[in-house]
Design a protein around this ligand. Structure first.
Ligand code: GCO
Ligand code: MG
Length: 409
């Protein structure tokens, strides 16, 4: 069997997605997700101009060989653009292998090891009343775990908070990238945030009780000592995790956070290679691996990092925002179903338009996700429909402090 063609499709059913379609000489097709929020066309070009020509004629069954060929062969290793492109090829080849075998990908990874995967949704509010309403809405929808983000007095516009008075506010999630030719500017004040967030969790625990797993994303904004302070102040509320408490480029910084708090830590949604986790895992500086198949080079390295993490009792918390396409989400669900050290799965929920363009077999029932039983990844792209949603320029926001200087978004 040989690869006959590899096509890149960019479609924007409510948000942009980059999808690779690999076709074999036997007529089997495989899909891969290469969506890099706000920089989509860079990956589309990398795939179309530099990778697709190399795939023609290769044996699609040789997944490890193709992965290493693209990773080592580029010489310029790693980075989000390269690794999202390699991820798409890797997923497409697993999709093909599954379809040829007549088996869902999780079977090729060792088989189902659990009945489904605990998923968390994104609750948020600009006031406690709207936050409470949002948590109730998630519980009614079946979620057994929720991420809680709230507006903070003194910060005008904040990551992860849906304004419920806007039309998009009725949706469960939020979409961080805004269409247009310039990023939206948000603001930030670490002291105000650290003072306020524990009060929010105190109220949530009072209303929703001790058992509901609660998560929170600090989105890379704190220094290590600020992160340690927040982690310590959240301890009475027994968090499932505190995510991206400090930018993880400074990996030793996590030692400082660890010395001061037992709040579990999750990191890694912007990492793109197993090596990015080497120190954090081997020194046990984190509790959850936040990688996604899409930004991490695909199913092959995601499985490898989880086997490495298992040696240190570190579990998965794969990144599942709307900018991971249904193809990418399915890819990580197949991994999560098969591994021993699954922890939790983020499920931000795609819009109806996205879910119509990407036909899917995965399910969310009684709070648990499952990739479904269709051979391969179980997601197909309706290309005719996709053509109705051409690419639209969009940017993630940027953040400024109140003195006008730039801060981490
Ligand atoms: C999360 C993430 C996302 C990112 C987004 C950027 O925890 O789900 O932080 O909300 O901001 O993926 O493209
Ligand atoms: Mg995050």
């Amino acid at each position: 069997m040989k690869i006959l063609s590899a096509e890149v499709m960019v479609t924007s059913p409510d948000r942009n997605f980059v999808t690779l379609k690999v076709i074999t000489d036997d007529g089997v097709t495989g899909l891969g997700d290469a969506t890099l929020n706000g920089r989509e066309l860079a990956v589309a070009s990398y795939l179309r101009d530099h990778i697709a020509p190399l795939l023609i004629g290769r044996n699609p069954h040789q997944i490890e060989d193709t992965w290493q060929y693209l990773y080592r062969g580029a010489y310029w290793r790693r980075g989000p653009v390269t690794m999202a492109a390699i991820a798409a090829v890797d997923m497409a080849l697993w999709d093909i292998k599954g379809k040829v075998a007549g088996l869902p990908v999780y079977q090729l990874l060792g088989g189902a090891y659990r009945v489904g995967m605990l998923a968390y949704g994104h609750a948020s509010g600009t006031t406690y009343a709207s936050l409470s309403e949002s948590i109730h809405a998630h519980l009614e929808r079946g979620f057994l775990a929720v991420r809680v983000q709230s507006s903070v007095p003194g910060i005008r516009k904040l990551y992860g908070v849906v304004n419920h008075s806007e039309p998009s506010g009725v949706r469960f999630g939020y979409e961080p990238a805004d269409r247009g030719t310039r990023p939206v500017e948000e603001d930030w004040d670490s002291a105000a945030y650290i003072r306020y967030v524990p009060k929010v969790f105190e109220q949530v625990r009072q209303e929703f009780g001790a058992e509901l797993p609660l998560l929170h994303d600090a989105h890379h904004r704190l220094t290590p000592i600020e992160a340690a302070k927040l982690g310590q102040r959240l301890e009475p509320y027994d968090m499932f995790w505190l995510e991206d408490c400090t930018p993880a480029e400074n990996q030793q910084g996590l030692r400082l956070v660890r010395q001061h708090t037992i709040t579990p830590l999750a990191i890694g949604e912007v990492f793109n290679a197993v090596w990015d986790f080497q120190q954090l895992i081997s020194e046990q500086l984190i509790d959850y691996v936040r990688a996604s198949a899409t930004h991490f080079g695909g199913i092959t390295p995601l499985r490898k990092v989880m086997d490495f993490a298992a040696l240190y009792q570190i579990r998965s918390g794969f990144h599942g925002p709307t900018d991971v396409s249904p193809v990418g989400l399915a890819a990580q669900l197949h991994v999560g179903l098969a591994i021993h050290n699954f922890g939790i799965q983020e499920y931000m929920e795609h819009s109806d338009a996205t879910n119509t363009v990407f036909r899917q077999n995965m399910t969310f029932r009684n709070g648990l996700m499952h990739p479904g039983e269709a051979p391969g990844l179980g997601v197909e792209l309706d290309e005719e429909l996709a053509a109705n949603f051409p690419y639209q320029a969009a940017y993630l926001p940027v953040t400024r402090l109140h003195d006008g200087s730039m801060h981490d978004w």
